[in-house]
Unconditional design. Structure first.
Length: 80
């Protein structure tokens, strides 16, 4: 059976959010999600072809936000 995980995460997109942002609270994670959604929407609405390509490549639906929240909760519990 093939292992479809990426560095211990469900997929590369989820791993990258944790790697680049290192969210420590759910509120920060919520902010990250909103910020990315706004930026991708802005790219998609652009007249620039390169922006549209980037928006198409950035599949936010792949990010497992629940998995990231569980990770944040575990980190918070360990610090208590």
């Amino acid at each position: 059976m093939k292992n479809n995980t990426y560095n211990g995460w469900t997929n590369r997109s989820t791993w990258l959010i944790n790697l680049w942002y290192e969210p420590h609270t759910e509120s920060i994670l919520d902010w990250i999600k909103e910020e990315l959604e706004e930026r991708v929407s802005s790219l998609a609405d652009s007249d620039n072809v390169c922006d549209k390509i980037l928006a198409d490549m950035l599949d936010l639906q792949e990010i497992k936000w629940d998995e990231l929240k569980e990770h944040v909760e575990t980190e918070e519990t360990c610090k208590s």
